[in-house]
Design a protein around this ligand. Sequence first.
Ligand SMILES: [Zn+2]
Ligand SMILES: [Zn+2]
Length: 378
Amino acid sequence: MDNVKITICYFDYNYFNVNLISLLCTNKTLRLMIPAKGYAAPKAAIPLEPFKFERREAGPHDVQVEILYCGVCHSDIHQARDEWGGAMFPMVPGHEIVGKVVKVGDHVTKFKVGDIAGVGVFVDSCRHCPSCLAGEEQYCDESPTFTYSTYDKDGNVTYGGYSNQIVVDENYTLHVSEKLPLAGVAPLLCAGITTWSPIQHWKMGKGHKVGVVGLGGLGHMAVKFAVSKGAEVTVLSTSPNKKADAEKLGAHHFLVTREKEQMNAAERSLDFIINTVSAQHQYNDYLPLLKISGTMVLVGIPPEEPSLGAVNLISKRRSIAGSMIGGIKETQEMLDYCAEHNIVSEVEVIPMNYINEAFERVIKGDVRYRFVIDMATL
Ligand SMILES: [Zn+2]
Ligand SMILES: [Zn+2]
């Protein structure tokens, strides 16, 4: 149904003088709402529990997606525990969403009922700033509308993918190939695009030596993409027991970062480093591995700012850079590339009621390499 624009006016009369003493008007787009269910954190750092809520009914430009799978991203945990501040509760996390289109609005042209669709980290943006016009909505000047824990343009709280369905504007919804195992596709919507975007931006590939720091949800996708693009890939990890996995993922070399000799021997050997670590660590430990003019791209956010030595940069004209998820166009390109090259995330599929244990295991790094919730278990 079309959304209805209603002007709400509040009149406050003084009945004796029949004077209008205040008139407050607000413009808010009211839509019919539909029931939804999921799992929510009722408050910061409280275990997630079953939660019933409402979503807007699909408007003219919206698609309604019945969620089949949702990945468990480390940022879901940071947010559910309000570790970044500003979190909104009750919170339904989840921004690695794959599902089936069950309804489309009258003006939707890109999707039809029955299509497989994906939803990532954001569901809208201002659409007019230079970043949005360039198709890099993730860098929207007014901040993208994130998939959960924020307000959408209607003023409703956004709820994420740990739920049975989601309603999203078609321009912020992705096409997913049915050829791929869908549980393995879900993490592509955050972990995948976060590592794909810098590889594309810096044109990493054939002839390049690329280091990947951290072999987790992000790191294992960085390895798959960099290998697929033809780069010679080195995994840098604190855990020697990840060597066999790194090789299975296609990495050519493996360095244990605690082994000083190995690290020294690798000095000035890499063109790029994709640093996926969000635990506390020092950038200075990795910069010497870059060749002249090499670049280390950060995609993880450590809790405290690591120190950074100017000499490590100046002495070899090295750069340190950052990158955040990717735009809609780029995310679609990545999904299409994955379908063509048969690339998915390594996942452990879990039932919805396992989520609190899954959070604990993610924090311990005890997952290879992404938990994905099977929404049929909700
Ligand atoms: Zn994420
Ligand atoms: Zn914008």
